[in-house]
Design a protein around this ligand. Structure first.
Ligand code: FAD
Ligand code: UDP
Length: 378
């Protein structure tokens, strides 16, 4: 018998599992896929190129404790993520920043830069929806340009909605930068695990108190009934940390939580290089949102190159699709609360992670949350 049962071997489950194991708890992690790492799993494709099976992942954080904790399991390849938008065949740095401004607005750019600095401050981060509220006609013109050419089409593809129709925190992730920084993230710690994410997970989960059981759906081994938790039919009195989709676990009894999914199309080219940077966003055309060229992300020296196109869609078929992005709005959060309430009626049953908390976590956010939860449970 173990002390802690964790459902899911992504960052949430693995970080919590490692900390609890180090505190002396016997931990079992049950994972329905045939591999660890959750959506951050990476592997070599048929051409020997290291790819991320579930879309590109770049580690970045401002939180030193998170960086220090993960650094116990990996060295870092010092990669600074810079993204270009393909706007009618011209590459523009995103987030839209002062370099982009000068490229697009040329002779008017100095005056607009002064306006941006005097209105919002140097180095400030201005969400596009806030910039659009400006009453200054020159700033309005810039805001309209950015909205039309960077946000509108990409957001329609990604969410099936206009930027103003989704939670403002989503487009706020990629603000207009009143600085000359071309970086996608402005975090002190950034990088890629030197040997990949999967080896990071292997090291994190290698502990005498951790057992990992793959290819096992929690729904087949875990039952919650009348306030009690059962494992394979026997009452389980330990802790359970659940990181899967909470609606599916409760048989969608209150209704299905809406998600966006992604379909990935992978391609290999004999050429050494496909595009100028690791990620190019297609912000005005194409059906895919972005193309990732993996060797430029991981720093792998390899002949040929592998790319991945991302096609967003609404999530309709749990058997064939993966729920990637929760859709935060009042209606969905109210539905989520019903599941959360039901889950919290079971003592020792904890929801953690992007799916179980129906929350848009980055790697650092979920790592921090898992560290905190594990501390309170140990
Ligand atoms: P997951 O990684 O989804 O892990 C949950 C695990 O639980 C999965 O392995 C799943 O198979 C398992 N599971 C679910 N249900 C069950 C069940 N019933 N039984 C058993 N196992 C189950 N973050 C960044 O910081 N940087 C990035 O560049 C970045 N890029 C991203 C790109 C994409 C396309 C997406 C979708 C996300 C990105 N993220 C990024 C976010 C990052 O993926 C998450 O923060 C992280 O994966 C969350 O970890 P988690 O443990 O909550 O969930
Ligand atoms: N976004 C956009 N154009 C871009 C980049 C981002 O419209 O070139 C918007 C879009 O709505 C997206 C959100 O900003 O969903 C957040 O982007 P981010 O790159 O953080 O998304 P993720 O990497 O999580 O998919």
């Amino acid at each position: 018998m173990v002390d802690v049962l964790i459902i899911g071997a992504g960052f949430g489950g693995a970080v919590a599992g490692r900390i609890l194991a180090e505190k002396g708890k016997k931990v079992e992690i049950i994972e329905k896929r045939d591999h660890i790492g959750g959506n951050c799993y990476d592997c070599f494709d048929d051409h020997g190129v290291l790819i991320h099976k579930y879309g590109p992942h770049i580690f970045h954080t401002k939180i030193k404790e998170v960086y220090d904790f993960l650094s116990r399991f990996t060295e870092w390849y010092p990669y600074k993520h810079e993204v270009l938008a393909n706007v009618y065949g011209t590459y523009l740095p995103v987030p839209f920043n002062l370099n982009t401004l000068h490229k697009v607005f040329q002779e008017d750019a100095d005056e607009i830069e002064e306006l941006l600095v005097s209105t919002y401050g140097k180095e400030s981060r201005v969400p596009i929806l806030k910039l659009r509220e400006s009453s200054n006609p020159k700033l309005q013109k810039v805001a309209d340009y950015i909205y039309e050419n960077v946000f509108l089409n990409y957001t329609m593809k990604q969410w099936g909605k206009k930027p103003e129709e989704i939670d403002p925190s989503v487009t706020g992730r990629v603000p207009v930068l009143v600085s000359y920084d071309n970086g996608y993230f402005q975090d002190d710690y950034q990088g890629m695990p030197k040997d990949g994410f999967t080896p990071l997970f292997e090291k994190m989960l290698k502990h005498e108190n951790i057992k990992v059981t793959l290819s096992t759906d929690a729904k087949n081994v875990l039952k919650l009934e009348n306030g009690k938790i059962y494992r394979d039919g026997k009452e389980f009195n330990g802790l359970v940390i659940f990181t899967g989709a909470v609606d599916e676990f409760f048989d969608c009894k209150y209704g299905r939580l809406p998600y966006r999914t992604l379909h990935f199309v992978s391609k290999y080219f004999e050429e050494d290089s496909y595009q100028p940077v690791a990620v190019v966003n297609y912000t005005v055309d194409q059906d895919y949102t972005r193309i990732t060229e993996y060797k430029k992300l991981t720093g792998q020296k390899v002949k040929g190159t592998s790319i991945m196109e991302e096609y967003p869609a609404s999530y309709t078929d749990p058997l064939k699709e993966t729920p990637y992005y929760s859709i935060a709005n009042d209606e969905n959060l109210a539905l989520y609360e019903k599941y959360q309430k039901e889950a919290s009626s079971y003592k020792n049953f904890y929801l953690l992670g992007r799916l179980a908390e129906y929350k848009y976590y980055n790697i650092d956010g979920i790592t921090k949350k898992a560290m905190e939860l594990a501390e309170t449970l140990s």
